[in-house]
Design a protein around this ligand. Structure first.
Ligand SMILES: [Zn+2]
Length: 332
């Protein structure tokens, strides 16, 4: 054991995405561990190499790479780092299909998204544009199956100087994991909790064995609720600065989402609308990835309203239309 090793070392890497830089975390100890890796760009790789060097490490020393969730700003470099260092890549089983980029699974995934975009009422050219975008963001460089290890809820990361526990926290992404260090109350939160940003409740295909699309915002609230049982002192997020008051942050998030659901319900005061029409009303300017995030945001709040009995959904020609229900409801 290295007596001078740090508890955790945050490294900030550039990304080409609107969210700005991503935080990855080095856990020093007998076997060097990195939590998240940054996007698959030369700039991020150079910044990671420089960040490791500043703490006396080389890329080739990495032994374990842990991925909080399968979004390109967090896992993009995983395949290159696995090849460079021989490190194993750890992720939740629901992240695996994206990180491994197995062609058959990706084909299934994009077929599902194609159908969902059609049901959401998008014009065909925009459906095609979004599917093309997904293909360009995912699956460019998959991690070979023999380097991938699945991490499930409750599993422990035993290789740093301190033991972290994996917590499955679906919502922002279906395979999202947070990591908790019980003695200090530190939480490596990925994009589950971010200062000044509301994590997008991303639309994703059903889990294996299910035919239902996961209701990501409802799951997100469950994941937030679950963390209240922990004694969290510091949240180390995937973007931006740490957070220190988990309970206050959680209450703000809950208030924000219920307000947003009310705003979306107000847009439905009249005839029924598609997810695309509502998204265009709410966010008229969004294009490409931002449009997809807008669609996710709207459907997630419609799910919340539907679960509260405030809206109902009907299908016409394969397109879903949402309308307010007649019964009065006081809260979402
Ligand atoms: Zn992110």
């Amino acid at each position: 054991m290295n007596p001078t090793s740090s508890f955790l070392v945050p490294l900030r890497l550039p990304t080409p995405f609107a969210v700005g830089p991503v935080n990855v975390y080095l856990l020093e100890g007998p076997e060097l561990t990195l939590v998240d890796v940054g996007p698959d760009t030369a700039e991020a790789l150079a910044a990671l190499e420089a960040g490791l060097a500043a703490h006396g490490h080389a890329l080739t020393e990495l032994r374990h790479i842990v991925i909080t969730h399968a979004h390109p700003d967090h896992y993009g470099l995983a395949a290159r780092l696995a090849a460079l260092s021989g490190a194993r890549i750890y992720c939740h089983p629901l992240s695996r299909r994206v990180i491994a980029a197995a062609p058959a699974e990706l084909t299934q995934r994009y077929a599902w998204y194609g159908e969902w975009l059609r049901q959401a009422g998008l014009p065909e050219p925009i459906q095609a544009q979004l599917l093309e975008l997904f293909r360009s963001l995912e699956g460019q460089r998959g991690v070979p199956a023999d380097r991938l290890v699945e991490l499930n809820d409750g599993d422990r990361l035993p290789w740093g100087d301190r033991e972290w526990q994996a917590l499955h926290t679906p919502g922002h992404a279906q395979g999202h994991l947070c990591f908790y260090h019980r003695p200090s109350g530190a939480l490596l939160a990925g994009d589950h909790l971010l200062r000044g940003i509301t994590p997008n409740p991303g639309v994703e295909p059903p889990w294996p064995g299910s035919s239902e699309r996961p209701r990501s915002l409802i799951q997100y609230f469950q994941s937030l609720e679950r963390l209240t049982a922990l004694n969290i002192t510091t949240v180390w997020p995937g973007h931006g600065e740490p957070l220190y008051d988990y309970q206050a942050h959680r209450e703000e998030l809950s208030a924000f989402h219920h307000r947003r659901a009310d705003e979306i319900a107000a847009l439905l005061d009249g005839e029924s609308q598609t997810v695309y029409q509502l998204t265009r009303c709410f966010f008229p300017q969004l294009q490409r990835l931002d449009l997809f995030l807008g669609l996710s945001e709207v459907i997630a709040h419609l799910d919340l309203l539907e679960a509260a009995g405030r809206v109902s959904v009907s299908a016409a020609d394969g397109v879903l239309r949402y309308q307010l229900t007649d019964e009065p409801h006081s809260a979402t």
